[in-house]
Design a protein around this ligand. Structure first.
Ligand SMILES: Nc1ncnc2c1ncn2[C@@H]1O[C@H](COP(=O)(O)OP(=O)(O)OP(=O)(O)O)[C@@H](O)[C@H]1O
Length: 258
């Protein structure tokens, strides 16, 4: 589905990504992890087409990403970003409807009637009671659900998530990740998620890419990637790694260094 080949990127002559090379299969849940400043968001921005690589290629369905016209790309690829919502004056329903822009003409009209599809997403995300509120009347967790709804309403084949659980409490973290997983199972959408929480990455990702100082350290299953030695080498702290009693996947327990 997505083929990243030998990607390089510098900001003002400082390399921030180099030698990035991996594939993501259709329907896969692919995680990107790494410490602060390791290049995760830069990589995601390149996959979404917002910034261009200095060298290397990104192929989407075997075609170069930059050969897609913007609206065509938006029919294939949607992004859930922390700052992805419009200004605060908009109502929740209006924001969700904005997710249909790739399918609308210049008057904002669409051939299909999608009201029932939007209702379905509203219900799935538990936003029924919030539809008429404006964005400034929502909590951080509610806003994040609206942002996810807007991305899903695009009906993408690839969903990019940039730290989707930041600012969410543990209940909402699991709720949001479960919604994405359920949606993925139902629609076969490919998910690429930048995640800070290694335990969530372990539970939800089929495979994980670990970055460190702009370099690709490894790509593999959570069991391959989440090991004490590699985590210590990259994050500079040695966690205890244990098997989750239910999911049988690695889970990280932090330990104080003093
Ligand atoms: N627009 C920019 N101009 C110059 N340098 C930038 C720019 N954006 C990011 N950088 C630098 O590129 C490097 C990678 O940043 P990036 O935001 O991709 O990392 P990240 O892994 O997502 O970090 P975090 O986990 O802290 O969000 C950092 O050193 C950052 O300072």
């Amino acid at each position: 589905m997505i083929n990243v080949r030998n990607l390089q990127k510098s900001y003002h002559d400082t390399p921030v990504l180099h030698g990035i090379d991996f594939c993501v299969d259709k329907g896969e849940f692919f995680g990107i992890i790494g410490p602060n400043g390791s290049g995760k968001s830069t990589l995601l921005k390149m996959i979404s087409g917002v910034i261009k690589a200095d060298a290397g290629d990104i192929l989407l369905q075997e075609k170069k990403l930059h050969s897609y016209p913007r609206k065509e790309l938006a029919k294939i690829l949607a992004v859930l970003e922390q700052e992805g919502l419009p200004p605060v004056g908009f109502r929740v329903r209006e924001v969700l409807e904005m997710g249909r822009f790739p399918y609308q003409n210049w008057l904002g009209e669409e051939k299909q009637d999608v009201a029932s599809f939007i209702d379905e997403i509203v219900q799935m995300l538990g936003l029924e009671h919030l539809e008429e509120r404006t964005l400034d009347q929502l909590s951080g967790g509610e806003k994040q659900r609206v942002a996810l709804g807007k991305a899903l309403i695009q009906r993408p084949q690839v969903l990019l998530l940039d730290e989707p659980t930041t600012y969410l409490d543990i209940g909402y973290q699991i709720q949001l990740m479960d919604i994405v997983r359920k949606w993925q199972k139902a629609t076969q959408v490919t998910v690429i998620a930048v995640l800070h929480d290694l335990n969530l990455a372990s539970i939800y990702c089929d495979r994980i890419l670990m970055l460190h100082k702009g370099k690709q350290i490894s790509v593999g299953t959570p069991k391959d990637i989440l090991q004490s030695d590699s985590i210590e080498a990259v994050y500079g702290t040695r966690p205890i790694v244990m098997e989750h009693p239910v999911h049988h996947l690695p889970q990280i327990i932090l330990q104080s260094q003093v």
